[in-house]
Write a protein that binds this ligand. Structure first.
Ligand SMILES: [Zn+2]
Length: 228
């Protein structure tokens, strides 16, 4: 984790530092090696949130675009189950950054747990994902609404879409450049795909602006707009 609590303050890991887990209060030790980003680990290894994935530079770069108090927010449901949201705004919107492969059933469980959630997926982890994505795009002709090229695709067209497109309403694929490919729901099996600059998207979340969606049944000029 990026933060541990020391004297009621959230502190980043530094060599030799000690702190407490902001979620469970257990002792944490600073891990400051060359291989991984400097982070905190639970002493005795077992993480209190079994959903937590090892933090990477990719996670860190995304999380850093948001206020510290929204990063790594302990969240409990009515039964007391505890998880730590990567980003949770004070109005409850959660953003999860998923680096490693995850089973669809897990995604469903986590989506249900957090409710209002935007998933951001590292699309560079599996070699086949970007070529498949590019191939799919090459078969479609975008429609331009509000200055944005929007592709209408099917929820099962690539492996990545199959994994995410049919189970979450709002997901972004990060293929490692400056843009995020956003996939949003259309009618039945249809999905809309469009690019947005990563920093612009992060800023919209940070400033609580409505996020972009495509809306059916609108005149063409008004199909691309913002959701609250
Ligand atoms: Zn803990």
């Amino acid at each position: 984790m990026r933060f541990a609590v020391v004297n009621d303050q959230r502190i980043e890991a530094s060599p030799g530092a000690k702190g407490l887990c902001p979620a469970c209060g257990a002792e944490m030790v600073a891990k400051c090696g060359d291989k991984n980003v400097w982070h905190w680990a639970h002493k005795g290894r077992l993480h209190c949130d079994h959903w937590w994935e090892n933090e990477t530079a990719w996670h860190r770069a995304w999380k850093s675009q948001f206020p510290i108090e929204w990063q790594e927010v302990p969240t409990r449901d009515g039964t007391g189950e505890l998880h730590i949201a990567d980003i949770k705004r004070d109005d409850g919107l959660v953003v999860e950054f998923q680096n490693s492969p995850i089973k669809p059933a897990e995604v469903v469980t986590r989506t249900r747990f957090y409710g209002n959630i935007v998933w951001i997926i590292n699309g560079t982890r599996r070699k086949s994902d970007l070529p498949q994505y590019r191939e799919m795009i090459s078969y479609h002709r975008p429609q331009r609404f509000g200055g944005v090229d929007i592709y209408t695709v099917y929820a099962h067209e690539t492996r990545l879409l199959k994994e995410w497109g049919s189970i979450v309403p709002y997901v972004g694929f990060d293929f490692g450049d400056d843009t995020l490919c956003l996939l949003t729901n259309g009618q039945s099996e249809l999905r809309y795909l469009f690019n947005i600059q990563k920093d612009k998207f992060a800023k919209m979340i940070a400033e609580k602006e409505p996020l972009p969606v495509v809306v059916l049944g609108q005149p063409k000029s008004n199909r691309y707009r913002w959701r609250r």
